[in-house]
Design a protein around this ligand. Structure first.
Ligand code: ATP
Length: 580
C-alpha cells in the first residue's frame, strides 16, 4: 500500500515538475542558457537524459502519461484498501467473537449485553478505521517526503519557509483540537450507554407497554441520545475547524509565494511548478492532521477491544485433563465457599453435601439462599473461592471441561432458545442427532403436541429469544434438548416452573426414563416438583441447614417443614395435601 503511494506520488510530483520544461519549450528562451540557469538542476538532468522532452507535444504526453499512471495507481490503491478493510474487519470481528466465547462468564456478566453488542458491531469497525488511518498516515508521510524533496530540488529557501509555515499551522491546529481525546472518550461512553438503552428498551417493550411507561422511556432515551449528540457536536466543532482553517492559511502562503514570483520573473516557471506541487502537498498535510484526530476518535474503541484481549482478562479456565467417566459414588461438595467478586458477601459459606450417583437430589431453600450458585459451580461457570467439588474422588477442576459439559445437561428457568427452527433448537442438545431422535425427545418433553399445531411444525422458527413461544413451550424445548443429550448428570434449575401441574408430572415421568444411570440435581420452589427426590438438601443463606428424605425432614419440623407448610394446607383428615 505504501509502495503504491510512493510510485503514485512520484509520478504526480515529476508530472507536475515537467511543467517547468514545458514553459521553456513554448517560450522563456527554449532550452538554452536561460533554461540551464533558471530551471532546477534535476529538471535539467531529466531533459538532458531524455532529449525528446524538448518537444512541447512530447512533454504534454509525458505529463498526461504520468498523471494517468498516478490515477490508475490511486484507483488500484483504493480497491486494495477496500479489500484490506473488508477482510481485516471480518477477521477482527471473528477474533472478538472467538474471544467472547472463551472469556470467563464473569467478564461478560459484568458488562451489559447492549455494550457487548456495541463492542462487536461498532468498536471493531472503529478499530478498523484506526488501522485505516495508520496505513493512510504512512502513505501520507511517504507522499509528503516525495513532495518535499521535489520542492527542495526546485527551491531550498522557499521549501524552508513553507516548512516553517506548515509547522506553525500544525501547532495552531493542535491548539484548536485540544481536549478532543477527552471528548472522544466521553462520546464513546455515551454511545455505549445509548446502545445499552436501545437494547434494554427493545427487550423490555412488553413491560413498558404493560405499565404505560412509554413517555418515561421516551424521555430516558431522549436524554441518552441528546448526550451523544452534544458530545459528537463538541468533537465536530474541533475537528471540522481544521480543514477551513488550513485552507485559509495555505492560501496565504501561496499568495506570498506568488508575490515573490512577480518580483523575480526569471524564476517564474520554477515558482509556478513550486506552487502547483505545494498545492498538491497541502491535502497531505491536512490528511495527516485529520488522521491524528481520527485516531483520537478511535482511541476508546481500540482501548475496549484491547481490554478484551489483555492477558489479565480472565479466560474460562480448563486445566483439566481427566475424562468425565460414568460416576460411581457421586458428586460431593466439600466445605465450598463462594462469593461474587473479591469482596462481596459469602453466597455459599462452607457448603458440604453429596449428590449420590443415579439418584435425584433436590436443593430447596428461600430465595437468595444460593441454590443457583451451587449449579454455577457444578457446571463450572465459576470456581469455588475455597473448598472442593469432587466427582467420585476427582476434583472437578481436574476434569476436562469439554468432557464435563458434554456429560451434563442444564435446564434453567430462562430456557434460552435461539431464533432458529425448533428442530435446530432441540438439536443443540446433541449436534448431529437424527430428526427421529429429535422428535422422540420432543415427545418425551411434552413439546410435540404444541409443535404439531405450528404452521411449519418442527421446522417453525421461534423468533428472537423464542418470542413466538409461551414460557412453558420454551421450557419444553429446553427439556427436549436435555433429554436428547442423554446426560450423565441432569441439572434442573426451576426447569418446570412454567408448566402446568399435569404437564410437569408427565415431563418428570419422562425424565425418570433417562434411566438409573442419570444423576439428577433439581431445584424448585414448588415443593410438589421435588416430591420424588431421593434426598433433599435445604440451603439457607449460603449454608446447608438440613438434608435427608422428605418424610424425615417433615418430621424434624425444621426449615423444610415450614416451607412445606407454607405451600400446603392441612386436610381435615389430618393428611397434608399440596394445593394442586
Ligand atoms: P432464587 O431461588 O431466588 O433463584 P437462589 O437460591 O438460586 O435464589 P442465587 O441465585 O444462587 O440464589 O443467589 C444467591 C445470592 O447471590 C443472592 O443474594 C444474589 O443476590 C447473589 N448473586 C447472584 N448472582 C450474582 C451475581 N452475578 N453477582 C453478584 N451477586 C449475585
Amino acid at each position: 500500500m505504501v509502495g503504491i503511494g510512493l510510485i503514485q506520488t512520484l509520478s504526480e510530483g515529476v508530472g507536475v515538475a515537467l511543467v517547468i520544461p514545458f514553459f521553456y519549450s513554448v517560450g522563456q528562451g527554449g532550452f538554452g542558457e536561460s533554461f540551464r540557469e533558471g530551471a532546477p538542476e534535476f529538471i535539467v538532468r531529466i531533459v538532458d537524459a531524455a532529449p525528446f522532452l524538448q518537444n512541447p507535444s512530447h512533454l504534454v504526453l509525458a505529463i498526461l502519461g504520468l498523471l494517468l499512471l498516478k490515477n490508475v495507481l490511486s484507483y488500484l490503491g483504493g480497491v486494495a484498501y477496500g479489500w484490506l478493510d473488508a477482510w481485516m474487519g471480518h477477521e477482527l470481528r471473528l477474533r472478538v467473537v472467538e474471544r467472547l466465547l472463551v472469556v470467563d462468564l464473569s467478564v461478560l456478566e459484568s458488562s451489559e449485553i447492549g455494550k457487548l453488542d456495541h463492542l462487536v458491531e461498532t468498536h471493531t469497525y472503529e478499530v478498523m478505521e484506526a488501522v485505516h488511518e495508520v496505513v493512510g498516515a504512512l502513505t501520507t508521510i511517504v507522499a509528503l517526503s516525495v513532495f518535499t524533496t521535489i520542492l527542495w530540488l526546485i527551491s531550498p529557501p522557499l521549501t524552508l519557509l513553507v516548512g516553517f509555515c506548515f509547522a506553525m499551522i500544525s501547532i495552531l491546529l493542535r491548539w484548536v483540537g485540544r481536549g478532543a481525546d477527552v471528548i472522544s472518550a466521553r462520546g464513546a461512553d455515551a454511545e455505549e450507554e445509548l446502545s445499552q438503552r436501545t437494547f434494554e428498551l427493545l427487550r423490555g417493550m412488553p413491560l413498558v407497554r404493560a405499565f404505560g411507561a412509554e413517555e418515561e422511556e421516551r424521555q430516558r432515551y431522549e436524554q441518552a441520545s441528546r448526550r451523544t449528540v452534544a458530545l459528537n457536536l463538541r468533537f465536530d466543532r474541533r475537528s471540522e475547524a481544521i480543514e477551513p482553517l488550513t485552507e485559509v492559511l495555505v492560501a496565504g502562503i501561496l499568495i506570498g509565494i506568488l508575490f515573490t514570483a512577480i518580483a523575480t520573473p526569471a524564476a517564474l516557471p520554477s515558482i509556478i511548478a513550486f506552487v502547483l506541487i505545494l498545492y498538491r502537498t497541502y491535502p497531505h498535510v491536512l490528511a495527516l492532521d485529520n488522521a491524528r484526530l481520527s485516531l483520537v476518535a478511535c482511541g476508546p474503541a481500540v482501548d475496549r477491544v484491547n481490554a478484551l484481549f489483555a492477558p489479565e482478562t480472565k479466560i474460562a479456565s480448563d486445566h483439566g485433563t481427566e475424562p468425565f467417566t460414568p460416576i460411581d459414588s457421586g458428586i460431593r461438595f466439600d466445605d465450598v465457599r463462594y462469593r461474587y467478586g473479591s469482596s462481596g458477601p459469602w453466597v455459599l459459606n462452607g457448603v458440604s453435601f453429596q449428590i449420590d450417583a443415579g439418584s435425584t437430589t433436590a436443593l430447596v431453600g428461600p430465595s437468595g439462599a444460593g441454590k443457583s450458585t451451587v449449579v454455577r459451580l457444578l457446571i463450572r461457570y465459576a470456581e469455588p473461592t475455597s473448598g472442593r467439588i469432587l466427582v467420585d474422588d476427582t476434583p472437578i477442576d481436574q476434569i476436562e471441561l469439554e468432557s464435563l459439559r458434554s456429560g451434563v445437561a442444564l435446564v434453567s428457568q430462562e430456557s434460552h432458545v435461539f431464533d432458529r427452527s425448533i428442530l435446530e433448537n432441540i438439536e443443540y442438545g446433541r449436534i448431529g442427532a437424527s430428526e427421529a431422535e429429535i422428535r422422540e425427545a420432543a415427545r418425551r418433553s411434552h413439546a410435540l403436541e404444541f409443535i404439531e399445531t405450528l404452521p411449519d411444525g418442527i421446522h417453525t422458527r421461534v423468533g428472537d429469544a423464542g418470542a413466538r413461544l409461551s414460557g412453558g413451550q420454551r421450557q419444553r424445548i429446553a427439556l427436549a434438548r436435555a433429554i436428547l443429550r442423554k446426560p450423565q448428570v441432569l441439572v434442573l434449575d426451576e426447569a418446570t416452573s412454567a408448566l402446568d401441574a399435569t404437564s410437569e408430572r408427565i415431563v418428570q415421568d419422562s425424565l425418570a426414563l433417562l434411566g438409573s444411570d442419570c444423576t439428577v440435581l433439581i431445584i424448585a420452589h414448588r415443593l410438589s416438583t421435588i416430591r420424588a427426590a431421593d434426598k433433599i438438601v435445604v440451603l439457607d443463606r449460603g449454608r446447608v441447614v438440613e438434608a435427608g428424605e422428605a418424610s424425615a425432614l417433615l418430621a424434624n419440623g425444621g426449615l423444610f417443614a415450614r416451607l412445606w407448610e407454607l405451600q400446603t394446607w392441612a386436610h381435615p383428615s389430618g393428611t397434608v395435601r399440596t394445593p394442586r
